[in-house]
Structures are given as C-alpha cells and as structure tokens.
Design a protein around this ligand. Structure first.
Ligand SMILES: *Cc1c(COP(=O)(O)O)cnc(C)c1O
Length: 378
C-alpha cells in the first residue's frame, strides 16, 4: 500500500471542535450571528489585545471592508507587500484603488522598511501620496512594526495590517493584530487555526469597527423595515463556524507549540548544511510558526528548491514554493512597484515544508528521511 500523502498544513480539528459545533447546532443558532460569534469576538479581542473585533466570512472580506471603512476607493494608491497571497492585492482592487507593490527584506520576506520609505517619498513627489499602507506578516512572522510605524508616522499615512497568517505571533512582545489602525485575521482551512472559512477585523478604533459591522450586514439602517442608504455586503461569520473557531482558539497555544517543534526539527536537520537556511532568520521565538520553509542557494547546496520539491513529491510529501510575488502575477503586471529582487530570489529558492500541527512524529520522520535523500551536505 502506498504511504499516505503528507500535506503541508492539514487542518487540526478533532473532538473538541465536534463538541462545540454540535452544541451550537443544538442551541438553535444556525443563522449568521449568535452567541458563539459574540463570544468568539470577545476571545479574539483578548488574545490580540484589541478593543474591537468583527467576525467576518473570510480574511479577504475583512481586508475589503477594512479598506472601505478607511475611505479607500478609486484613484487611491495602497502600498502593500509584493510577497503575499493574492487576497491582499485583490481586496485593494475590489475598492477600485491601485496596489503599489513594495519588495521584501531578504531574510524575512516581509516588507522592506527602507523601500517603503522610498516608495512613500516617490509617491508624494509625484503628487499622488499613498492613501494607506497594507503590510503583510509573512508565514507567521510579524513585520518590523517598529520601523514601519515610524516611517508611516513621518509620511502621515495609516496602516491596515494583513495579519491573516500571524495570529498568535508577537512583535516586541505585542500581539500581531494590535498594530496600525486596524488588522485582519484569516481562519481559512490551511491557516494556523480555522473556522473552515472565516476572518476577523480588529481595531482599537470604535467608529471603524462600527463601520465594518454596518457594511458587513448589507448596510441596513437601524429601523424596523429594510432601509438602505448605501451599498452593503453579506460578509458576517456564521454562528456554527464561530463555535468551531472558539474550540480552535482554546487550542491555539498547543498548536503553535507543535509547529515550533517542527521548525526546530528542520533547523536541527539542516544545521550542518551549507547553502540552506531556515526561512525567516535565526530569531523566531516571536513567530507563530505557521509554516516552516527553507531557502536553498543552488550554487552552494548543489540542489535547487525545485529538485527538493520533486524528491519530496516522489515520497508522497507535499511542499511548495513561497508566494509568487504580486508584481510577477499576470493580473497585476501593470501595477506600480518598487522592487529589489529579494522576493524574486525567495520565490525561486524558497520551499515550504510540511508544518501542520496535526502531523504525527512518524510523518515528520518520513519528511526528514526524504529530505536526507534529496539534499546531501556539501
Ligand atoms: C489567507 C490569506 C488571506 C485571505 O484570507 P481568507 O480567509 O482566505 O480570505 C489574506 N492575506 C494573506 C496574507 C493570507 O495568507
């Protein structure tokens, strides 16, 4: 019998989740909204250290409404990271605004602060200052918010932070999701914790949270009949999914701890290898360890990321390149950017390895054995 396929990040859902969802069904709160949604928002607020949270249908919906609530629309420019999942740039496009892509810091893949500064200066000189900056916490490592916040302050621009991948991570001891004017989490199936599909908008600004809440429920006016004075969206999270999220959130630390062990395992395995580094740099105690990746210098390591991927695939193990930068995507080809080659290097030479918290130690050993076949120390 062929060995079962080892996935990069299989959802980690079990009995506790089953109990919570069954309880929600039996409570009769099947519609969107309900007590589990309220509780889930409270628990995320507590976890992320923010005053307001709005549970939504997806991280993409949270980005979309976060942009709209901050007044972003056609003729605006939103500066974002080129190294991200398409959802970040798509949400900007939904509003009619133009995404401006900034390249990465070579070590973390996160937005390069010096390049951001340069991009904001250029846009000001051109008479088209950025409306908003949208940094992305890549693969569970928070952006250098200290650097970004001071640059944004100098340029007088706000941040909406895409923390879709970084729930549970911190920057200088402060939770991802608590930076900038507002942030966004995702609970999609492959994220560190899941509601099968869902997201959350979080902010310290009450009026912003109210605005997002209003837009997410068809922008219905508070009167007895259905009265609408503007276009709204059906973006709220369902109560059943919030119940699943509450069970997952109660296990978040345990899931982070398991993923941390895989990261350490990969670090130990590759310790003696030249030309192979663990993506994200040596300092990772503030990560949520969502995904572990390696970056391979093929000249030094003697193999390429694609060679390694091929060998893993032959052993029925899933691995994948890092995000393909947005400025290389056909759909965003014509959008403005400021690049330095880092994200292209990381895309070509990075490889994400199985990192899921539900992976067994036996499966992890299978991955290490296949890696030992794929890469021999030089
Ligand atoms: C997953 C993800 C999103 C989108 O979240 P969904 O819940 O899938 O809509 C946005 N940005 C980044 C960086 C992501 O990884």
């Amino acid at each position: 019998m062929p060995l079962e396929r080892i996935l990069m990040s299989k959802p980690d859902v079990g009995e506790l989740e089953e109990q919570y969802v069954v309880a929600a069904i039996r409570s009769g709160w099947i519609a969107p909204l309900g007590p589990d949604v309220d509780q889930f928002e409270e628990e995320i607020k507590h976890r992320a250290g923010v005053d307001h949270a709005v549970a939504l249908a997806s991280g993409t919906a949270a980005l979309h409404l976060g942009l709209l609530a901050q007044g972003v629309g056609p003729n605006d420019i939103v500066v974002t990271s080129t190294m991200t999942f398409a959802a970040t740039a798509n949400a900007i496009a939904y509003t009619g605004a133009t995404p401006f892509f900034v390249d990465s810091d070579r070590v973390t893949g996160n937005m390069d602060p010096a390049l951001l500064d340069e991009a904001l200066t250029k846009l000001e000189e051109r008479g088209t200052p950025a409306a908003l900056v949208l940094p992305v916490d890549l693969l569970g490592k928070a952006v250098d918010y200290t650097a970004l916040a001071s640059i944004c302050a100098v340029h007088g621009v706000d941040m909406l932070c895409d923390s879709a991948e970084s729930l549970g991570a911190t920057h200088k001891g402060k939770a991802a999701g608590s930076f900038g004017r507002a942030s966004v989490f995702s609970f999609n199936g492959n994220k560190i914790m899941t509601t099968s599909g869902g997201g959350m908008f979080v902010t310290g600004d009450e009026s912003l949270a109210q605005r997002v809440r209003h837009l997410s429920t068809q922008a219905r006016q508070p009167v007895v009949h259905y009265e609408h004075t503007e276009i709204g969206y059906n973006y709220r999270m369902s109560n059943l999914l919030a119940a699943l999220g509450r069970a997952q959130l109660s296990r978040l630390d345990e899931m982070i701890e398991q993923r941390r062990k895989w990261r350490q395992g990969y670090r130990d395995h590759f310790a003696g290898f030249s030309g192979i580094e663990i993506f994200g740099g040596p300092e990772d105690d503030e990560d949520n360890f969502w995904l572990s990746s390696i970056v391979i210098d093929p000249q030094v390591a003697g193999v390429s990321a694609n060679d390694v991927r091929t060998v893993l695939d032959q052993h029925n193990i899933e691995s994948r390149p890092l995000w393909k930068p947005m400025h290389l995507q056909p759909v965003f080809r014509d959008e403005p950017r400021l690049t330095n080659g880092s994200s292209e290097y990381l895309f070509e030479n990075g490889l994400t390895l199985p990192s899921g918290s539900s992976m067994s130690w036996g499966d992890f050993e299978r991955v290490i054995e296949a890696l030992a076949i794929a890469v021999v120390p030089q």
